[in-house]
Design a binder for this molecule. Structure first.
Ligand SMILES: *[C@@H]1O[C@H](CO)[C@@H](O)[C@H](O)[C@H]1NC(C)=O
Ligand SMILES: *[C@@H]1O[C@H](CO)[C@@H](O)[C@H](O)[C@H]1NC(C)=O
Ligand SMILES: *[C@@H]1O[C@H](CO)[C@@H](O)[C@H](O)[C@H]1NC(C)=O
Ligand SMILES: *[C@@H]1O[C@H](CO)[C@@H](O)[C@H](O)[C@H]1NC(C)=O
Length: 575
């Protein structure tokens, strides 16, 4: 049985597999600024400045990251390429020839400016099943806009990228840029949240003073669906329900969390299926910004659990904004098994209080809590006390003293308007922070234009021998269908498989304001034993997710994780 699937690995590919193990560590470690301190993990400054503060980020299937902030506060520090139309009569400057968006290429660590036409400030997004980013809303002329960004099919690698010019790269034949659609959203959407649905549509929920949701492409005739829940969760003076947390549940309904309450919405029939108990303690949504993830799903099981961390007590925004009193933010996380008959919040304490932190599902199945502050709230100048140490939460750890582990600190405060996303190699891309109305490089928490990478402990050089390298995914054109069994060939540096092997699909998130929209991790069931096919080479059979409710169609990062150590992902399409 073991040797039935014969593949012949050419000798040179084994050499290159080997060199991957030996060079990966040194590349990760080529740091400009490694922060001191204990903990675990490591920081690398990737770019001192990309010219734009990374308020919104989305990783595309070609390993490039779309980044943008806003267009109505004067020029950024990145020029538009010649030939691109400058923006006239901006609120702050007469003529703005700077870029407010860019495309960052992960492999070559280079970027080039992109052109947004209208204001994308505090907007939302989701990736369509065809790989195109659908980004909606914003401010003023942009508040009802729908914009598309279709990734190019060209992908750069380190060697193909060539020498970057001042970090700006444009010579790889990738001319992709933003396209604004003529048709608008039904209403303005500022601070709304989006989610991709099993039928391939995008749902756009809420936004400031918008107690409704709508779809892209629009339903026929285009309709707006009233959702009283968004009204009844609005606090006087401070709202506390913007950028609602959305999670698509394996039963097909949409979990919506706002303020301290949550519901399950049947968006097909416009019916609230159930309301869950309110989370104890603090408020969790903008400006009392906490974060939320759907904990790892299993491809064939309909169990779903939501985890929400951080936030701020009632009136925290009012106090910081009006009285300049910065109250301590939330220390609590809550877990709710929403698929239970009678779910209850299970509360835990983080090692430190946090507001405006991002939560990121790591390929290992653990949750990274990163960025943010310890006092105050989101909003202009409304927080102090940056929390520089990320924390990793281990959901399956039973020893409560080991559930949260404090990681090495960054040197850079990441306050309001910062963001963080998972990269294809398992690192975390961290950028942004601008708590000021305009760019301000002299304030206490200056506008930050840098990009950093945080490497969780699984990237430590001493774990290199465990790291799997995917050699091939046995699926035609890397497309898999629901419940399909398929195999993955991979190599590991050790002479035998030492530890547990898991295979995970991760949907890349649209991240802004501390929430990763559409983020989900699905463990694939492993069929039979892992087979050794050649020295260092293995084959594992897995089953694709059972349904579109578990994994809405689209592009996913496929990670093989060996002993908790992921290798670089392969992109596959689930359809
Ligand atoms: C951005 O540009 C301004 C004006 O040229 C300059 O003063 C500032 O230092 C630049 N900021 C960064 C982070 O490069
Ligand atoms: C990329 O390739 C796919 C499949 O070959 C094709 O359908 C698509 O149009 C291409 N996209 C671009 C932007 O060239
Ligand atoms: C929102 O709720 C308030 C108070 O419950 C009510 O007075 C108001 O009419 C509601 N607004 C909408 C648009 O339903
Ligand atoms: C930057 O922030 C500092 C401190 O809050 C303030 O004094 C200064 O006026 C700001 N500069 C600009 C250009 O807004």
């Amino acid at each position: 049985m073991t040797f039935q699937h014969h593949i012949s690995l050419p000798f040179f590919s084994l050499i290159s597999v080997f060199s991957l193990f030996t060079t990966a560590a040194t590349q990760q470690g080529s740091s400009n600024a490694v922060a001191p301190g204990g903990g675990g993990g490591a920081w690398v400054l990737l770019q001192k400045t990309i010219g734009v503060s990374a308020m919104h980020m989305q990783l595309m299937k070609n390993n490039k990251v779309v980044i943008f902030d806003r267009t109505d506060f004067g020029t950024s520090n990145l020029s538009l390429p010649t030939g691109k139309t400058c923006r006239r009569n901006d609120a702050v400057v007469k003529l703005d020839c700077s870029a407010h968006s860019l495309l960052y290429d992960v492999a070559s660590n280079t970027y080039r400016p992109l052109t947004v036409q209208t204001d994308v400030w505090c907007s939302s997004g989701a990736v369509h099943p065809d790989g195109t980013l659908v980004q909606t809303g914003g401010y003023n002329a942009g508040e009802r806009k729908i914009r598309l960004f279709t990734p190019s099919n060209t992908t750069t690698t380190n060697s193909a990228a060539g020498a970057p010019l001042n970090g700006v790269f444009g010579g790889d034949g990738d001319n992709s840029d933003w396209v604004e659609l003529p048709a608008d959203l039904r209403v303005r959407r500022w601070y709304a949240s989006n989610h991709i649905l099993p039928d391939g549509r995008v749902i756009v929920v809420g936004g400031r003073k918008q107690f409704s949701y709508e779809f892209f492409p629009p339903s026929s005739p285009p309709s707006l669906f009233f959702l009283p829940f968004l009204n009844s969760t609005t606090d006087r003076f401070e709202e506390n329900n913007l950028y609602p947390f959305l999670h698509l549940l394996p039963d097909g309904n949409l979990f919506i969390f706002a303020n301290r309450r949550s519901i399950s919405l049947d968006y097909v029939r416009n019916r609230v299926v159930r309301e869950f108990p309110a989370i104890p303690c603090e408020k969790r949504n903008y400006p009392s910004t906490g974060s939320s993830v759907l904990l790892p799903l299993r491809g064939q099981v309909a169990v779903a659990e939501v985890m929400i961390c951080g936030g701020a007590p009632n009136f925290a925004f009012y106090k910081s904004d009006k009285l300049r009193i910065f109250v301590e933010s939330s220390r609590t996380c809550g877990r709710l098994r929403v698929s239970d008959f009678d779910p209850k919040w299970d509360m835990e304490q983080m090692p430190m209080s946090r507001v405006m932190s991002d939560m990121i599902l790591l390929p290992s199945g653990d949750v990274l809590i990163i960025n943010g502050a310890s006092h105050g709230t989101a909003g202009w100048e409304d927080a102090v006390g940056p929390v520089l140490n990320p924390v990793i939460y281990y959901p399956t750890q039973t020893d409560s003293s080991k559930k949260f582990q404090v990681m090495t600190a960054s040197l850079i405060p990441r306050m309001y308007h910062s963001s963080a996303i998972l990269l294809p190699d398992g690192r975390i891309l961290v950028g942004g922070s601008n708590p000021h109305v305009k760019y301000n490089f002299t304030a206490l928490y200056p506008t930050d234009l840098s990009l950093e990478a945080f490497s969780p402990p699984y990237m430590d050089p001493q774990s290199s021998y465990l790291r799997p390298t995917i050699l091939s995914v046995e699926a035609t054109d890397n497309v898999i269908s629901y419940s399909q069994e398929f195999s993955i060939k991979f190599a590991v540096g050790s002479f035998w498989l030492e530890r547990d092997l898991t295979v995970a699909l991760i949907a890349p998130s649209f991240t802004t304001h501390s929430f990763g929209m559409n983020q989900r991790l699905i463990y694939l069931d492993v069929v039979g034993a892992v087979q050794k096919i050649i020295e260092f080479g293995y084959l594992v059979n897995v089953v694709a997710p059972a349904s579109k409710n578990v994994a809405p169609p689209g592009y996913y990062m496929l990670f093989v994780v060996h002993g908790g150590v992921p290798g670089e992902c392969a992109w596959i399409k689930v359809n």
